[in-house]
Design a binder for this molecule. Structure first.
Ligand code: NAD
Ligand code: IPM
Ligand code: MN
Length: 351
């Protein structure tokens, strides 16, 4: 069996973490009897600066034939983020109908949380972020530029199909896990989209009588991700709220450098995409100290999605074992002084 994976390393620390992670995916594949072929696409801000576009016009057609995509990060200090992100990352999520974004936030053994009294195993949250619409729907405009009555509109769009899909995926996960689902909205202020969302959660919940649903407003949920993260299990929320909550989830579980994510097309008509939650981190770019583990864990989610569960578990367990080992190399975000490559080399030995 051979899988064909598209690599989009992207900007900043993106290439560093993708180059560190890929040999580990190859090693996991070799140990479990399958092959991985990769095609590298040097799309990103450098391309934009040279050729005027983040990716070719037919970029999505090119990606469509791959089994999965591993992406590093997109975003560069020399070009406004709304141009780079709307030129590469977001069109892939939307164009490939990757409406389900799964983002685990796990406090691993051996990792310090900034929260007092928390130890490995105390936090294990799985956020289901709606990933193609909501507040990220590209609907709006800007009128009367520069005039006193200038106005900008940025509309959020919630479709029944999109909302049902993410809500159902979250209920399915809650059924498999502890039977507890937290639905995060802002339906006290946003009486259209968010009340529609709550209604759909109520409707779908009838199909899942064993799942207990807790409702939280996003402001309170943000506080509770810090005050009582141990009480969350599966969380479902809209695109923007999921974006924000998963950065909080990443830092309460130790580092942005540990948080993986999966962008899944539930219809399986297009390749799904796997990427760390973090960005291009230009503050540490070129120093060789970016934590590669978020990307390695994203790679594990990729293998799992391809149906290679044992290889996925081996990779995940190698990370978990390394983190639990106080003698193992760690990057500075985890309090260590090791390089990206040293962490990856240690993982390869464990594999
Ligand atoms: P960021 O995630 O890049 O960085 C936030 C902080 O976390 C920084 O201090 C950074 O050094 C640290 N950090 C992030 N990843 C790390 C890692 N692997 N190891 C160690 N430390 C790490 O967020 P930002 O600064 O808000 O964004 C920088 C750029 O990345 C912007 O252009 C933004 O739009 C973009 N961005 C892209 C993605 C993506 O491609 N998926 C995600 C988030 C942000
Ligand atoms: C993420 C990122 C992206 C998002 C940005 C870069 C558009 O923050 O994947 O979390 O908001 O989805
Ligand atoms: Mn984000």
């Amino acid at each position: 069996m051979s899988y064909d994976i598209a690599l989009i390393p992207g900007d900043g620390i993106g290439p560093t973490v993708v180059d560190a992670a890929m040999p580990l995916l190859h090693a996991a594949a070799a140990a479990h009897g399958f092959d991985i072929e990769t095609t590298r696409y040097d799309w990103g801000t450098e391309r934009y600066l040279n050729e005027g576009a983040m990716m070719p016009d037919d970029g999505l057609d090119t990606l469509a034939s791959h089994d999965a995509i591993l992406l590093g990060a997109v975003g560069h200090p020399d070009v406004p983020d709304h141009i780079t992100l709307n030129g590469l990352l977001l069109p892939i999520r939307k164009g490939f109908d990757q409406s389900i974004c799964k983002r685990p936030a796990i406090l691993f053994d051996g990792v310090d949380s900034p929260l007092k009294g928390y130890e490995g195993g105390d936090i294990d949250i799985l956020v289901f972020r709606e990933n193609t619409e909501g507040e990220y729907a590209d609907v709006g405009g800007r009128e009367h530029r520069g005039f006193a009555n200038e106005v900008a509109v940025q509309s959020a769009v919630y479709t029944r199909r999109g909302t049902e899909r993410i809500v159902r995926a979250a209920f399915d996960a809650a059924t498999e896990r502890s039977g507890h689902l937290t639905n995060v909205t802002k339906s006290n202020a946003q009486a259209h989209g968010m009340v529609f969302w709550d209604d759909i959660v109520d409707e779908v919940s009838e199909e899942y009588p064993d799942v207990e649903v807790e409702r939280l407003l996003v402001d309170a949920a943000s506080m509770d991700f810090i005050r009582r993260p141990h009480e969350f299990d599966v969380v479902v929320c809209s695109n923007l709220f999921g974006d924000i909550l998963t950065d909080i989830g990443a830092i309460v579980t130790g580092s942005m450098g540990l948080a993986p994510s999966a962008n899944i097309d539930p219809g399986n008509d297009h390749p799904s995409m796997f990427e760390p939650v973090h960005g291009s981190a230009f503050d540490i770019t070129g120093e060789g100290v970016a934590n590669p583990l978020a990307t390695v864990l994203s790679g594990s989610m990729l293998l799992d999605n391809l149906g290679e569960e044992t290889a996925a578990t081996a990779l995940w367990d190698a990370v978990s074992e390394q983190l639990a080992d106080s003698d193992a190399p760690r990057t500075p975000d985890l309090g260590g002084d090791s390089t990206t490559d040293a962490v990856a080399a240690d993982l390869e030995e464990r594999l």
